[in-house]
Ligand binder design. Structure first.
Ligand SMILES: [Zn+2]
Length: 113
C-alpha cells in the first residue's frame, strides 16, 4: 500500500462512492421481499464503502438500517417508524434486535462557516 499523503480521497472518487451507496440501498429495497438476508448484506457493503472513503451514509438512508445489528430496515416489515412531535424526532425501532433510534427532524445542512 502506498503511503497516504492526505486523508481525503479525490472528490471524484467520493462522488462515485456515494453513488454506489445509494445503489446498494436501492438494491436492498428491491431485494428485501425476495431475499432479506441479501439486502442486509448490501447494507454492510454500503457501510464498508462509507468507512473506506470516510464519508457518511446519506441522511435519508441512515434510518434505513439498524445501527446495532446493521439489518436493512423496511417500515412495517422489520421496523416501526413513529414520529414524536414532542421530541421533534422520528423514532425508528428495529424489530430484529429491538434497537431504538432517534432522528431529529431538523438537522438541515449546517455548514461549517
Ligand atoms: Zn437491529
Amino acid at each position: 500500500m502506498p503511503a497516504r499523503r492526505s486523508r481525503k480521497k479525490p472528490e471524484k472518487q467520493i462522488k462515485i462512492a456515494k453513488e454506489r451507496i445509494r445503489i446498494l440501498f436501492k438494491n436492498a429495497e428491491e431485494e428485501f421481499r425476495k431475499n432479506p438476508e441479501l439486502s442486509h448484506r448490501w447494507v454492510q457493503m454500503a457501510r464498508k464503502i462509507a468507512t473506506r472513503y470516510n464519508i457518511r451514509i446519506p441522511r435519508e438512508l441512515r434510518r434505513r438500517f439498524c445501527k446495532k445489528c446493521f439489518r436493512f430496515l423496511v417500515p412495517g416489515e422489520n421496523s416501526r417508524v413513529r414520529t414524536n412531535p414532542k421530541q421533534q424526532a422520528v423514532i425508528v425501532r428495529c424489530l430484529g434486535c429491538g434497537n431504538i433510534m432517534r432522528f431529529p427532524y431538523r438537522r438541515e445542512k449546517k455548514k461549517k462557516i
